[in-house]
Ligand binder design. Structure first.
Ligand code: ATP
Ligand code: MG
Length: 362
């Protein structure tokens, strides 16, 4: 990854441009963490970048990054820029391409995110990012209040990085979050969810939740019972343990899973819930309540039936036993049979079922 990244830098440099790896990759490199994608900053404009790499794709938005794939690695290449005036504390109104690396670094969020690496693999530390990494602390570049006023997403990013890296937040950041937190409300739910997903899926999620609660962000994020959150291996389980604003978006499939998990939590994990929702959903629920998942798997394996087809009686049989024509009453009988069989109150064999139907339905 590093070798490929340096090659990308060298390709730009050969054409006379300045190019550096910036942000997460360099931070994670110093921490010994493998990065999935690489951000590159350069003084080449998107058009010039595209001329250097014939394969890169045009940015989707104006002032966007040029995305480049080399050997399955993803590179986001952005032109050095200065961002002028923010609206809605989110999007800069005006962006200006500049020729100066330091200026580009100053617009970034945290000192540890302003580390760079040059084409020879040498780390450049123009804003004391290394000191923060060594001390496991997060500091903004310049005044925290101003940084968060400019862009309130940075508050959530601070907590996300603190969580994932297990870093402390500087006192200045803590105070600035308390002061500016209301602005988080106006961020889109999708941006908020992106950060929350990363916090909740971290192995250090508990610390992230503590930070969110410490600053009272549960209220601004409309996470109504954050105190009761249960961190589960499936992120949907974590979301299912929460009461949240309707604004948070999930796919239909995710919604269905969350709804079913919540349904199980209202009653309990049982043969019936395993039959109705299947093993996976029940294991997610087990994770939330703190029940051993292997126990649930064994329970599932021992289910007497896993679908209606396995009930040892056909509709033909039922019509014959009751001497009745087909009708919607089948459904009620089958529902009843399933429940009795699952609860172990009725054996799943034809004879027992016939007797049961005779004595209860004729
Ligand atoms: P990761 O990719 O691991 O989530 P990252 O630090 O690379 O972490 P990105 O979102 O990929 O984060 O952004 C790349 C860099 O762009 C950051 O390191 C930071 O320097 C800058 N950056 C990103 N978002 C912001 C922001 N909201 N405000 C200021 N700078 C930002
Ligand atoms: Mg990144």
């Amino acid at each position: 990854m590093l070798k490929t990244s340096l090659k990308v830098l060298n390709k730009l440099e050969e054409k006379g441009y300045k190019a550096y790896i910036v942000g997460g990759f360099v931070r994670d490199y110093l921490l010994g963490i493998e990065s999935k994608d690489v951000d590159i900053a350069t003084n080449a404009t998107p058009k010039q970048i595209m001329e250097v790499f014939e394969t890169s794709a045009l940015p989707k938005e104006e002032y966007g990054a040029v995305t480049l794939f080399v050997k399955n690695n993803r590179f986001e290449i952005t032109t050095f820029r200065k961002e002028i005036r923010y609206i809605n504390n989110r999007k800069p109104v005006e962006i200006k391409y500049i020729d100066d690396l330091l200026e580009d670094l100053k617009r970034r969020d945290f000192r540890m995110n302003a580390l760079c690496m040059d084409k020879d693999g040498i780390v450049l530390d123009l804003l004391n990012g290394k000191e923060d990494i060594d001390n496991k602390i997060i500091n903004t570049i310049g005044d925290s209040n101003y940084k968060f006023y400019e862009d309130s997403l940075r508050m959530l990013r601070a907590i996300r990085f603190a969580t994932i890296l297990n870093f402390r937040l500087s006192d200045e950041i803590k105070n600035a979050i308390i002061r500016n937190k209301d602005a988080i409300k106006s961020l889109s739910y999708s941006r908020k969810k992106q950060e929350l997903d990363k916090i909740f899926s971290s192995s250090n999620a508990k610390y992230g939740v503590e930070l969110l609660l410490e600053f009272g962000l549960d209220e601004v994020l409309e996470l109504y019972n954050l105190k009761d959150i249960k961190i589960t291996s499936d992120i949907l389980g974590t979301w299912a343990s929460l009461e949240i604003s309707e604004g948070y978006q999930f796919t239909n499939n995710e919604k269905e899973i969350i709804k079913n998990v919540k349904e199980i939590l209202k009653s309990s994990i049982s043969e019936v819930s395993l039959y109705k929702y299947g093993l996976y959903i029940n294991q997610v629920a087990a994770d939330i309540i703190g029940v051993d998942k292997t126990l649930i798997a064994r329970m599932y394996e021992n289910l007497p039936i896993t679908s209606r087809k396995e009930v040892e009686i056909s509709s033909q049989d039922i019509m014959r036993i009751l001497n009745k024509k087909a009708g919607p009453y089948f459904k009620d009988i089958y529902n009843d049979l399933e429940l009795k069989i699952l609860k172990g109150e009725l054996d799943n064999n034809k004879e027992s079922i016939e007797n049961y139907i005779l004595s209860n339905y004729s």
